[in-house]
Design a protein around this ligand. Structure first.
Ligand code: ADP
Length: 414
């Protein structure tokens, strides 16, 4: 089966075509035929980028007015002759959509029908910036592909196994009862994927494994996974809670928000923007939210870039340590995401002095992987030979999870 996956953002549309079957996914042999992104949708200078499995790489600028036009462009890419990707659109057997928030309703991926759409709309209250965009993707794709199944894969789905003492905030309980305000967690597809890969690498059945997975990209979250089930994760009701991120502050004293709004005369929207868009690596360094730039500046002695990286790694280390406690020890700590897969300095600083709890990396293995293999293909063990807890670097592949779930839903196996 060839599955089109779509990840629809406010001004972007990410796509992938994955060739997979039940047999292929069991053998880890499913692969991407083409993947790409259209960015700056709504402008005359939208950027259309894609790469095929044969290595054809393309990046062009063109006007793309809206998401419908963007998908039309994607279809042109898929059905064009140079490069040849599909013989016809009929080859696409299903469309998998990334949907950020599934609330308490969606604990796993589902085939989309009108009731599902209504429920995704209802969950928009929890993710007002994301779910409406995801719905646009579903709407537009349904127009172009009316006769094949569409499946929603939720970022929150994997975390529904968290126990109530992990997901309930210690606020008055009626706040949860009235508004379903609780911790949900995000990046579920990534944590699920890398934890499964890690268990395979370790040769431990997933049901018996204890893993800590750190997804470190522009957004960052860390999850404690026991027996293949998420038991705690750092993001909460929104993706703002937890680790320090590119532009998000992560955990702060909640009383500070009101205090800063008062001191700085900020509106609710301005306070929200401060915490989500102007904080984190960018807020401290005053330089960039991109870790590569922070690392370069730090190497040149930039004081605030150094501080930004130190806070980032210190907070990550605190979460790693606390999740070791949550799980009562772990088989492995797993790094993934753009930062987790590529930054040896983050991996080094975040695990420094944790050998007393069994976490110890081999510096030569750790640095060897830094950028040399780029987004490397396979899960890799970077732990010291005497480490009780393995440290692994596992490339994530959220699109593959979406495509696999789409097939499983179509086959009614999920
Ligand atoms: P997203 O969350 O948007 O999917 P990614 O997972 O691609 O983002 O991660 C983006 C982050 O990864 C950026 O901070 C970027 O600087 C960082 N990154 C990517 N490559 C490297 C590298 N070679 N070294 C250090 N950081 C890197």
């Amino acid at each position: 089966m060839k599955i089109l996956t779509l990840n629809c953002g406010s001004s972007s549309l990410k796509f992938d075509v994955i060739h997979t079957t039940i047999e292929k996914m069991q053998r880890n042999e499913d692969s991407s035929l083409v993947r790409g992104i259209i960015e700056k949708i709504g402008s005359n200078e939208a950027i259309v980028r894609f790469k095929t499995h044969h290595g054809h790489d393309s990046k062009v600028k063109m006007p793309v007015n809206d998401h419908k036009e963007a998908l039309k462009k994607i279809i042109e890419i898929l059905t064009g002759d140079n490069p040849k990707i599909l013989s016809s659109l009929e080859e696409i057997a299903g469309v998998g959509h990334r949907v950020v928030h599934g609330g308490e309703t969606f604990t796993k991926s589902v085939v989309i029908d009108s009731a599902v759409k209504e429920e995704i709309v209802a969950c928009s209250d929890f993710a007002p910036l994301h779910n409406p965009q995801n719905l646009i993707g579903i709407q537009v794709a349904s127009e172009f592909f009316p006769h094949i199944p569409h499946v929603a894969v939720f970022d929150t789905g994997f975390h529904h196994t968290m126990p109530n003492y992990s997901y309930i905030y210690p606020l008055p309980y009626n706040i949860y009862q009235k508004h379903r305000i609780r911790r949900y967690g995000f990046h579920g597809s990534s944590h699920r994927f890398v934890s499964k890969q890690a268990a395979e690498l370790l040769g431990i059945p997933s049901e018996k494994s204890k893993l800590i997975t750190a997804h470190l990209g522009n957004g960052c979250s860390i999850t404690a996974i026991r027996g293949g089930r998420s038991v705690d994760t750092s993001m909460g009701h929104t993706p703002l809670e937890g680790l320090m991120m590119g532009t998000r502050c992560g955990d702060i004293d909640p009383a500070l928000i009101l205090h800063i709004m008062n001191k700085e005369g900020l509106s609710i929207a301005e306070a929200d923007a401060m915490m989500n868009k102007k904080s984190g690596l960018l807020g401290i360094s005053q330089l960039s939210n991109d870790l590569r730039e922070i690392e370069d500046a730090r190497d040149k002695g930039h004081e605030m870039a150094t501080l930004a990286l130190d806070i980032f790694c210190y907070r990550l280390k605190k979460y790693i340590s606390s999740y070791m406690g949550v799980l009562g020890g772990a088989d492995a700590l797993v790094f993934t995401g753009g930062i987790g897969e590529n930054s040896c300095i983050v991996r080094e600083l975040a695990t420094k002095d944790l050998d007393f709890m069994g976490i110890k990396i081999d510096q030569s293995k750790n640095t060897m992987n830094n950028g040399v293999l780029g987004k490397y293909e396979r899960p890799t063990d970077i732990s010291a030979s005497d480490a009780k807890v393995k440290t692994l670097v596992v490339p994530t592949n959220e699109e593959l999870v979406i495509a696999r779930d789409t097939v499983l839903c179509i086959e009614k196996l999920l």
